[in-house]
Design a binder for this molecule. Structure first.
Ligand SMILES: Nc1ncnc2c1ncn2[C@@H]1O[C@H](COP(=O)(O)OP(=O)(O)OP(=O)(O)O)[C@@H](O)[C@H]1O
Ligand code: SF4
Length: 788
């Protein structure tokens, strides 16, 4: 039987062919697929070609997801109706494609998008200016009885400001596109980092796939496609804002808020953002942006550049371009958070969801849904609120005073609770029943949802933050601007998110006391989500198919048990593919003793043994003498890496290592890793180089999404096993939860003792899996020697 043509730009490896076939049928059969394929096996192209081939086949066959069959009509009428719809659809597409090709040709000739450039961008010089007078921190009148916003919207989108929600909804409704009125069946591709998304977009550029219709024109030149894949990248305002006075603000939160402020009704036209023009001009500008965006494959930076050239906000315009798109690329959080999807106006019903680098998805869901607040933070918010009230209480109108008094009562109650319940250094898990907090005097009378809504609409949290930094600046007589000093997420907002999560506590999470991260004397209340399946259920149930892909997904049972325990077995398909490198080209060996015969023991208790660390250095020296070019050595944590390097530097080991290879260390600061990586590659590729050694950290910045291809990674060394700290409060709670769930699941088939033992085994296995998944991710292949 001949194999299906997936229009892969290269000659696909057999594992890629099998991957694409598996993916095709996972989508066709509306299943959930877990795909494992090691790093460097061309996973991105397999995902892309498998999914887009299915999509185009599906469209070519004229199947529509929501076909409106009128069962009262005879079959031949329904058939005729379908064919007619299909014919019109095909013609519309061919015309639109011809339009995109003309845009491409024009751009090629003139080297830039020319049409409908927004002149206002150049004319206005005062938009977005900050005022720095006291009055700007005052509150507008607030009357909760007259709120126009739908409570449902506000509560569901608890992380998204209602203004954003309204504005995005408006955009969706205001710019109906006659050519592409609905969201076509789409592939949503999400991954974790910006650079991973960029790499995926590079792969899209390589794929040429037959069109779903008869083109009107022949392609104008070789290399042009009759139907280019239509792709849009979605990103945050931080990445896409092109208003220089807003984008230069240092935090994502401030950019969001500033942007929304500029759009508020009542803002004078010359202060509004010129990249989002008045309503009557928007239709044309958004359509122009959409056509240019879809005429070529553009990554997020290209979209920002296009927005700059056209003078159109790419953040809003990219959302308004979703209609005819075939592939939407976006970062994880925008896809997995229901509130973010709602804000974007994305309804996943019937669409195809692909989550790449999905080994992290469970952690991502749980951390997005976990929140904490410490005693010192509560005290700071209280102080700021008191300073604010000193200044503004006489000017407050409407219900402002009532709400602020309630907020103060809430803060006092939380403060007293933490002071009385958490004395001294908290060592073990102290669970708290969330209802205990809502019974506290001061909290019991308050409607948390109304307070959350008030905070969002009044912008009180930002104003309090802004005013306190303004005041301290004024007192200190410095000239720094307000936005440079204020914090990222206003603390009051954090308190409010915390209470809202607690108002809906689910049995899938735990509330507990602990010490704050950097201060053991600062008690803290933390809510941690433990079972992510509920949060993922909407996606799994709405989408046509969900694909989780990664280099190291083993053990896949973790995903089926923890993400889709409610799905029937036959809806979850698992695929695991081997490496394209033949086994004889790989040597893997455990090293249990040093060259001097010292036993390697990297358990927490023994790993600071200096003699062993010296011996480790000597072993690595020997390895570096044998392995050419690049060697990457992974340590379990930054702290341990620093400790080892300091010891080697005190001895002569560091200098001797430096004679064998050029030495690099993974930086802890975000953003610095790229530079180290560039220098690392350059030093290997320089003629006469003896190679380089990169000391890195498991689950750090270099352990995923980076291809140490060919000479960059001839050898990988793993120092010890990066087990999570099972004694930390968070891990104790996680393991207890797994034991409890296993115990309950086992029912009456086993004795109490057997169930307890099985529950312990499962929690131990979970700990080991977490450790080994991190190892696998670092070294790029699945190792199961640890099981022996
Ligand atoms: N069959 C093939 N022949 C030659 N090159 C290929 C083939 N398939 C993919 N490639 C190329 O190999 C490179 C690596 O592919 P890719 O980054 O997709 O691997 P990956 O499995 O996704 O790795 P990672 O897990 O690190 O993301 C890409 O440049 C891709 O275009
Ligand atoms: S409308 Fe767009 S360009 Fe203008 S401030 Fe907002 S995000 Fe930035």
């Amino acid at each position: 039987m001949s194999s299906r043509d997936f229009h892969h730009p290269y000659n696909p490896y057999p594992i890629q062919q099998a991957f694409m076939e598996g993916l095709y049928w996972t989508i066709e059969d509306r299943c959930v697929g877990i795909f494992e394929s090691p790093t460097g096996t061309g996973k991105s192209l397999s995902l892309l070609c498998g999914a887009i081939t299915w999509l185009r086949d599906h469209k070519r066959n004229g199947e529509t997801e929501n076909i409106d069959d009128n069962c009262n009509e005879p079959d031949w009428v329904i058939q005729h109706d379908k064919e007619e719809k299909q014919r019109r659809e095909t013609h519309r597409k061919a015309e639109y494609e011809a339009k995109l090709k003309r845009i491409r040709d024009n751009e090629l000739r003139s080297k830039k998008p020319a049409a409908h450039v927004n002149k206002r961008l150049k004319l206005s010089s005062t938009f977005g200016e900050f005022t720095d007078d006291e009055a700007s921190f005052g509150l507008s009148d607030y009357d909760s009885d007259k709120e126009q916003l739908s409570g449902k919207l506000c509560l569901e989108g608890s992380n998204i400001l209602p203004e954003t929600q309204q504005l995005l909804k408006k955009l969706g409704h205001q710019f109906p596109n006659e050519e592409t009125p609905d969201l076509d069946l789409e592939i949503f591709y999400a991954t974790r980092t910006h650079s991973q998304l960029r790499q995926f977009v590079d792969e899209i550029r390589k794929v040429n796939i037959p069109p779903t219709f008869e083109p009107l024109d022949k392609p104008s030149q070789s290399g042009d496609f009759a139907e280019l894949i239509k792709h849009i990248s979605l990103g945050s305002r931080k990445t896409l804002c092109i208003n220089p006075k807003v984008s230069r603000l240092h935090s994502a939160n401030m950019i969001n808020e500033r942007c929304l402020e500029l759009q508020k009704s009542g803002t004078p036209p010359d202060k509004k953002c010129p990249c989002l023009p008045p309503r009557k001009e928007q239709h044309l500008m958004m359509d122009t942006f959409k056509d240019h965006a879809l005429a070529r494959i553009r990554d997020i930076e290209d979209l920002a550049a296009l927005g700059r050239q056209l003078g159109t906000c790419p953040y809003y315009a990219s959302r308004a371009s979703l209609g005819p798109t075939e592939i939407v690329t976006l970062p994880y959080p925008l896809l997995i958070q229901k509130s973010a999807r709602e804000a974007l106006g994305i309804n996943l019903k019937g669409h195809i969801i692909i989550i790449d680098e999905a080994h992290n998805i469970i952690d991502a869901i749980t951390s997005i849904n976990s929140v904490s607040i410490s005693l010192s933070q509560i005290n700071t918010v209280k102080d700021h609120l008191v300073i604010y009230m000193d200044k503004f209480s006489k000017r407050l109108k409407g219900k402002n005073k009532v709400y602020i008094a309630q907020i103060l009562r809430l803060l006092n109650a939380l403060e007293t609770f933490l002071q009385t319940r958490a004395k001294g250094n908290i060592r073990g898990p102290v669970l708290v029943d969330p209802s205990e907090l809502f019974r506290l005097q001061g909290v019991d009378q308050v409607n948390i949802f109304k307070i959350e809504k008030y905070l969002k609409i009044s912008n009180l949290a930002r104003k309090i933050d802004g005013y306190s930094s303004y005041k301290s600046r004024k007192d200190a007589k410095t000239l720094a601007q307000a936005e440079i000093q204020s914090s990222d997420l206003p603390l009051l907002m954090q308190v409010s998110s915390f209470l809202v999560i607690l108002a809906n506590p689910s049995k899938e999470g735990r509330l507990f006391l602990k010490s704050a991260e950097h201060d053991t004397n600062d008690p803290c209340l933390k809510y941690m989500l433990l079972d992510p399946s509920h949060q993922f259920k909407d996606i799994a149930e709405e989408a046509r198919a969900v694909v989780l892909a990664g280099g190291t997904m083993e053990p896949t049972s973790d995903f089926s048990h923890r993400l889709f325990p409610y799905l029937p077995q036959e809806r979850v398909r698992k695929f695991s593919f081997g490496h394209v490198v033949p086994p004889e080209n790989i040597l893997a060996m455990p090293l249990s003793n040093s060259p001097g015969g010292k036993k390697f023991d990297f358990t927490f208790e023994s790993r600071r043994d200096e003699i062993m660390i010296d011996e480790l250095g000597r072993a690595i020296l020997n390895i570096c003498g044998i392995i050419p070019d690049g060697v990457v050595c992974f340590f379990p944590s930054y702290a341990y890496l620093k400790f080892v390097v300091a010891r080697w530097q005190r001895e002569d080991i560091w200098a001797r290592l430096g004679q064998k290879k050029k030495l690099f260390q993974e930086p802890e600061e975000t953003g610095a890793a790229d530079l180290v990586l560039t220098d690392f590659s350059a030093s290997i590729n320089v003629p006469g180089s003896t190679g380089a050694l990169l000391l890195s950290v498991v689950s750090g910045k270099m352990s995923e999404g980076i291809n140490f291809s060919d000479s960059l990674g001839r050898g990988v060394i793993m120092v010890g096993l990066p087990f999570p700290n099972a004694m930390s409060i968070e891990w104790e709670i996680k393991l207890q939860y797994i034991e409890q769930c296993t115990f309950e699941r086992l029912g009456h088939t086993l004795s109490e003792n057997q169930k307890k033992q099985k529950a312990k085994e499962e929690s131990r296995e979970f700990l080991e899996n977490t450790c080994m998944r991190a190892v696998n991710q670092s070294i790029g292949m699945y190792v199961d020697c640890y099981k022996e």
